[in-house]
Design a binder for this molecule. Structure first.
Ligand code: GTP
Ligand code: MG
Length: 190
């Protein structure tokens, strides 16, 4: 089973994106020992069985309340194959703060969903998607969750697999660098 965690700031449209991805096949659970609920849904994307988890909204990975604490715990415990970070396109900076934190502290493959794209367009907010993709080195997909616009692009298994492979390659490079460093140190010590 392929596991996707849907994360992001509160009120960015995570649950609407979640419903778009999973439909009616969902299970609501209570996080053990707390009053915080979260929802898991099941679907098929590109022929793969997929579990999607709607993680409680969080502003950062330094939790300020129980819901944020659980978001962090789920990030650590669920071992996702992919994280979809939902960002409110009208609050890009705030959203990117969490995205950078996730990238810095966790090595999970990541895709950014720039949701509320309709509102951003309506407000005349211009976002250079090409530049954002270049800087971040990951897919950034604009969506309007309430109309379903962009959800197909978001749930593109080909792209998801590419992100995962790119990540694996990078970890391998990092791994090799680590090995090289150790070899150099060994030579120095000898
Ligand atoms: N205009 C517009 N509204 C949206 C979009 N996506 C979600 N909304 C609305 O934004 C509000 C918040 O959506 P939710 O899906 O509940 O947001 P959430 O991130 O799950 O919120 P929390 O679970 O409280 O963190 C709802 O009123 C949605 O109908 C969108 O793309 N465009
Ligand atoms: Mg929600």
């Amino acid at each position: 089973m392929f596991k996707i965690l849907l994360m992001g700031n509160p009120n960015v449209g995570k649950s609407v994106v979640f419903s778009r991805l999973t439909g009616a096949n969902v299970v609501v659970s209570n996080y053990p020992g707390t009053t915080v609920d979260y929802t898991k849904g099941y679907t098929k994307i590109g022929g793969e069985e997929v579990e999607v988890i709607d993680v409680p909204g969080t502003f950062s990975l330094e939790p300020k309340d129980v819901a944020e604490e659980i978001a962090l715990r789920m990030l650590k415990e669920e071992k996702p194959d992919l994280i979809i970070d939902v960002i409110d396109a009208t609050k890009l900076e705030r959203g990117l703060y969490l995205a950078f934190e996730i990238m810095e502290k966790f090595n999970y493959p990541l895709i950014i969903d720039l949701n509320m794209w309709d509102i951003a367009v309506g407000k005349g907010i211009e976002i250079d998607l090409k530049k954002l993709r270049e800087i971040l080195g990951i897919p950034v997909i604009p969506t309007v969750a309430i109309s379903g616009e962009g959800i197909k692009e978001l749930a593109d298994m080909e792209r998801i697999k590419k992100v995962i492979m790119a990540k694996e390659k990078k970890s391998m490079n990092e791994h090799l660098r680590e090995i090289l460093r150790r070899i150099k140190e060994g030579v120095k010590d000898a």
